[in-house]
Each structure stands twice: as structure tokens, then as C-alpha cells.
Design a protein around this ligand. Structure first.
Ligand SMILES: NC(=O)c1ccc[n+]([C@@H]2O[C@H](COP(=O)([O-])OP(=O)(O)OC[C@H]3O[C@@H](n4cnc5c(N)ncnc54)[C@H](OP(=O)(O)O)[C@@H]3O)[C@@H](O)[C@H]2O)c1
Length: 583
């Protein structure tokens, strides 16, 4: 078959006419597609029935047949004949197959060329500098001469799949071979699968009675079957290690090295690399993080792989906090020590909880340095009523009790009418003196917030901590504060545990996902980008409540959990809050 010189990638939709000068077609074999026997022919003398049968058995060809048979394809494609034009072998393995396929879609004929090369995998690497700023992130790209484009192209490390179909295994191998980086397969996140698999399977299953086939991203479907899985690997390294890696990686072309590796700033990838794989991976990563499917990972100052939420003042807050309300004094030190052991670094305290001195003692002796902890406290209502001096005294007492020189976050516990604005002004002062890194609100309604803003403030609040769980879901309030760039702290994330966990929907989802009821509630809040504040005195529950990063709730199940709270629940909570803030 002849193709015009100016034919582009969409050639398959153009008419492709068989060249009469070519030798006549020979039948090689037949395959069954959608219960019809389709003959496979060739004009090439060197393609024997034996070679053709190897091509037919190859992974890309079998995948192509599977796709053709998939009921959920938008249009029904009917194949009439397949003419194999070329087969390239990589050693003994079938590499590329080029074929002319005669086919119709819903009765319209669309003969076209198919270039089968199968699946590939590419890895977006993010190396965070442990002893640097949050912005200090780097990536590794591969430069190599690419014949089809006649240029050296800078790309993500990538490779073709082998027959066993283990994408993360091949990705890990490519990283080792191309970049000399050893990673565990389980530390690679499949961005493509996270983005599309569940969601499309759900949509198509519902519509079509279900045989959706998730493959990956198609970079060039007009001519080529290639599909890609894009992986993400994030790791923290010391600056010195990066320098060493950079030296090791930068091979010189004049020394005969065809593949060269480049360390580039992560934020510069989009402008220094015109590889479509890289741009797709960046976009997927950013959207998956925004939707909570990938935690925004790792502030070097807390600990690696700790999910964090960015605050409107440039700081970050660890998303999994440990609530300290109602931890009895006599067990408090042990509980906090255990929480540290379980991995918590963010502690949500308050003067009214009456246990800050015990929390402080435990944090002091836990062996984790202050800059790796995130400590929040709140000023109680009685201090607010006594005026700004008492607010200041309350903060200083909290600092003494918690044995620290500053708080990462300090909240106005309740918007006490006629007092909370003065309280906030004192907090601004304390912030400017360096005692508080960020100021926040707690139990603020939209009206309370508007009242505060109208009074004129100079330091923006970064969070509003309000009661949120599937049993008290107030989407309007959350949306309001998110729009104002405040993060939401979900107090009572477990709705105080006990009977609340036995709500039917929560029980059902716990069964479905093989997780505990508490984990379903917490994962829901996590995917809503809320700061989780669960409290427990039991070590096994501390671990359980943090172990929510390894699964994700489907959108339909999030919607189910969203539906638990009734309008009456919201109304009674609002009424209760009116009473609480004056009490
Ligand atoms: N700003 C505010 O006005 C405000 C209001 C309320 C709360 N908060 C903050 O939010 C934090 C959390 O709220 P909360 O303590 O009231 O309630 P919560 O975290 O919703 O629930 C705590 C209860 O759940 C149980 N629990 C914990 N993990 C569990 C699990 N995996 N399975 C079953 N039960 C489990 C605990 O029992 P065990 O201890 O026996 O495990 C405890 O009784 C507080 O500690 C506080 O820091 C702030």
C-alpha cells in the first residue's frame, strides 16, 4: 500500500488503496474476531505462515483483537481482512507489525494502516531535597537521538513492555537500567490507572453491561496501537546525594554514550522537555493531587511521605493529625508517645482540654525534634471574654505547657460574640512577634467569618476547624471556606466513634473495601482534602487511622457517604453552635 508523503497521523481514516504492482496476496492464516473468521494475507515473500503465526500470537496483536471484541467500544468495528505488510523482530521476539486492515464502522468502510507495537511505560521522577526548601524538587530526564524525528529528544525514562504485562516491574527495571536508580515496584504510582481505571470502568459498565478494557494513554491512535502507562516515583534525597547522582548521570556523548541523563528542576520539566509523555504525566499528577487521589507528599521538615495540605500563607499542614480532646491526664503521656511511634507528627491541642502539660512532656521526650512536629492549639472562650491580655496570657501558658517556643497554628476556638475580633487582633500581634506561625479559626460560620473580615484584618486565617464527618457533612460551608482559601480541619472526623460507625452505608463500604468502618470515614475526609483529627487512646487504632493512604474510595461511594447527613442534622448542628459560642 502506498501512503502519500504528506499523510499525517490520521492516515487510517483516509482511503488507502492497495498497489496493483505488488505481488498478489497469499493467505497465511485466519483469526476469529467477534465470532467471524478473518483471513490474514500478505504480499511479502519473506512472511511465511510460521512467521505470521508468531506475529498473531504476539501480545500487541492479541491485545488488538481483544480491543476489537470489546463490547464497550463506542462504535462497532467489523473487520473484513488483514494484510500483513511487515514484521520486525527484536531478536526472537516479535517487535513491530504493520498491517492494512479492511474494516467498517457502523457500515462505513474505513480501511487503514495499523502499526502495532504494544504497550510502553514511562516514569516521572520527583526527587525532593530533604535538607532544602519545599520548592527544591528535581527530576531526571533521558536524552537520546531519535531517528524518526531526526533529533535528540529529552524524555521521561521509558521502555516497551515485555509479554508478562507487569507495568511497574518494567518501569522499575528501566529506572535501574537507564538511570541507575533502584526502586521498589510498590513505590511506583500508576497515574494512568489511578486516573482512568475505576472511573471509566464504572461509567462504561453501567452503560454497556460491562467489559471495559483499561489499557493506558494513547499518544498516537490514528496510526499506532501504542498505549502508555505513566508512573510516578517520588523520593526524598539529601542535597549531597543529588550532586553525586548528577555526576554519575551526566554521560558525555563524545565519549560514546548515546543515552545521557539530565537532572532538571521539577518545575522546569514542562519548558525544557517537549516529550508528550512528560506533559501528560505532569498534568495527571497535578489533577490527582488536587482531587486527593494522590496525597501531596512529604514536607522534609515533618517526615517523608507525610501527606500535607498547602495553606494560603505558603506553609503546609500535615493532613493526618492526632486529636487530643478527652485524653485523660493519667494516660496522656503514654498515648502521645504511642502516637509518635505510630507516625503522627501533627497534634491538635487546646487549653480547654486540660492536658497540654502532659502532651508537652511526651513531645519533649519523644526524640522527634521540634521542627519535625506540627503543633496546634486554641484559645478558649473565657480568655476571650477577659480581653486581649488574657488571650496573650493563655497563649503563653499553652507554650509553657507544650514546652515549645512557637506554635505552628493557633485557633480562635469559638467565635465568641463581641469578643472574637479582639481575640483575632491579639493573635495577629502574637503572630507578628513570632509566637504563632499561622492563625486559624474554629467553629466559624460564614456569618462569623464575614464579620471578622469586615472588621479588617492584616494576617489571613489559614484554616477553619469545624465538625465534619459523613454524619455531619456541610458541603456549602466547606465550599465557602475553600473558596476563601481556608483549609478545613475536620473535628470529630469519626463522629466520636461508637454507634456512628455502625451506619449502614459505612458498614457496607467497610465490607466492600475490606477496610474498617473508621478507615472508610477517614478516607472520605481525606479525599475531600480535609485535615483529619481523629483521636484514640489505643495504639492499634492509631495505626489503623493512619493506614488510609493505600486505598481510595470510588466516586460513587464518596457520593453515598455524602448522602448520610440530612438537612435536619445540619440545622440542629447550626442551632447547637449558636448556643456553644455564647456558653
Ligand atoms: N475545634 C473544636 O471545637 C473541636 C471539637 C471537637 C473535636 N476537636 C478536635 O478533633 C479531635 C477529634 O474529635 P473527637 O476526639 O471529639 O472525636 P473523634 O475523633 O471523632 O472520635 C473519637 C472517638 O472515636 C474512637 N475511635 C478512634 N479511632 C477509632 C477506630 N479506629 N475505631 C473505632 N473507634 C475509634 C475513640 O475511642 P478510643 O479512644 O477508645 O479509641 C474516641 O472515643 C479532638 O480530639 C480534638 O482535637 C475540635
Amino acid at each position: 500500500a502506498e501512503m502519500k508523503d504528506d499523510q499525517n497521523d490520521d492516515s487510517s481514516t483516509d482511503q488507502v488503496v492497495a498497489d496493483q504492482r505488488q505481488p498478489t496476496l497469499r493467505k497465511l492464516a485466519a483469526v476469529v474476531i467477534n465470532q467471524c473468521s478473518i483471513s490474514i494475507t500478505t504480499r511479502e515473500a519473506n512472511i511465511t505462515p510460521e512467521i505470521a503465526s508468531r506475529a498473531i500470537a504476539s501480545k500487541p496483536f492479541q491485545q488488538w483483537i481483544q480491543n476489537m471484541e470489546c463490547k464497550s467500544s463506542a462504535a462497532a468495528m467489523e473487520v473484513y481482512s488483514i494484510e500483513i505488510q511487515n514484521i520486525d523482530f527484536f531478536g526472537m521476539k516479535v517487535g513491530f507489525i504493520k498491517m492494512l486492515v479492511d474494516c467498517s464502522v457502523d457500515g462505513t468502510r474505513i480501511p487503514g494502516i495499523c502499526f502495532l507495537r504494544g504497550a510502553g511505560v514511562a516514569v516521572l521522577i520527583s526527587l525532593r531535597i530533604l535538607d532544602g526548601n519545599d520548592e527544591d524538587m528535581y527530576s531526571i530526564l533521558v536524552e537520546q537521538p531519535r531517528l524518526p524525528v531526526g533529533k535528540i529528544i529529552r524524555e521521561l525514562p521509558a521502555g516497551m513492555m515485555d509479554d508478562n504485562g507487569n507495568f511497574s516491574g518494567v518501569a522499575a527495571m528501566e529506572l535501574k537500567e537507564e538511570c541507575g536508580i533502584e526502586v521498589k515496584e510498590e513505590n511506583l504510582i500508576d497515574l494512568t490507572e489511578l486516573a482512568y481505571k475505576e472511573q471509566q470502568a464504572h461509567v462504561i459498565n453501567a452503560k454497556e453491561g460491562g467489559d471495559f478494557l483499561f489499557n493506558g494513554l494513547y499518544p498516537s491512535p490514528g496510526g499506532c496501537d501504542e498505549f502508555l502507562r505513566l508512573m510516578y516515583y517520588e523520593h526524598a534525597v539529601k542535597r549531597a546525594d543529588l550532586a553525586e547522582l548528577e555526576g554519575k548521570l551526566s554521560g558525555l556523548r563524545e565519549h560514546g554514550e548515546l543515552i545521557q541523563l539530565r537532572v532538571v528542576k521539577f518545575n522546569d520539566i514542562w519548558k525544557c522537555c517537549n516529550d508528550a509523555k512528560a506533559l501528560c504525566a505532569l498534568q495527571l499528577l497535578s489533577e490527582l493531587k488536587r482531587s486527593g487521589k494522590i496525597p501531596i507528599v512529604c514536607r522534609p521538615k515533618t517526615q517523608e511521605a507525610e501527606p500535607v495540605i498547602p495553606l494560603n500563607n505558603g506553609n503546609f499542614i500535615p493532613q493526618l493529625a492526632f486529636g487530643t480532646y478527652k485524653i485523660a491526664i493519667e494516660e496522656c503521656e503514654t498515648v502521645i508517645e504511642n502516637a509518635i511511634k505510630a507516625g503522627y507528627r501533627h497534634f491538635d491541642c487546646a487549653s480547654i482540654y486540660g492536658n497540654e502539660a502532659a502532651v508537652g512532656k511526651a513531645l519533649q521526650k519523644c526524640g522527634v525534634s521540634r521542627d519535625k512536629l506540627y503543633i496546634c492549639s486554641k484559645v478558649w472562650n473565657d480568655a476571650q471574654r477577659k480581653g486581649r491580655k488574657a488571650v496573650r496570657a493563655s497563649l503563653l501558658r499553652t507554650l509553657d505547657d507544650l514546652m515549645c517556643e512557637y506554635l505552628d497554628l493557633y485557633l480562635v476556638h469559638w467565635p465568641v460574640p463581641a469578643c472574637h475580633i479582639d481575640t483575632y487582633k491579639e493573635l495577629e500581634q502574637l503572630h507578628n512577634e513570632g509566637f504563632i506561625r499561622s492563625i486559624g479559626l474554629s467553629n466559624y460560620s460564614q456569618e462569623d467569618y464575614n464579620e471578622l473580615i469586615s472588621a479588617g484584618i492584616s494576617v489571613q486565617p489559614v484554616v477553619n476547624q469545624i465538625e465534619v464527618s459523613p454524619l455531619m457533612y456541610r458541603p456549602e460551608t466547606i465550599r465557602f471556606f475553600h473558596k476563601k482559601s481556608l483549609a478545613i480541619g475536620a473535628s470529630k472526623s469519626l463522629h466520636r466513634g461508637g454507634d456512628s460507625l455502625d451506619t449502614d452505608i459505612i458498614k457496607g463500604l467497610a465490607m466492600k473495601y475490606g477496610k474498617t468502618k473508621a478507615q472508610i470515614m477517614l478516607r472520605w475526609a481525606f479525599q475531600k482534602q480535609l485535615i483529619l483529627l481523629a483521636k484514640t487512646s489505643k495504639f492499634n487504632r492509631m495505626v489503623e487511622n493512619r493506614d488510609i493512604l493505600t486505598f481510595s474510595l470510588q466516586d460513587e461511594d464518596i457520593a453515598l457517604l455524602d448522602s448520610i447527613t440530612t438537612a435536619d442534622d445540619i440545622k440542629s448542628r447550626a442551632e447547637l453552635e449558636l448556643v456553644r459560642k455564647v456558653s
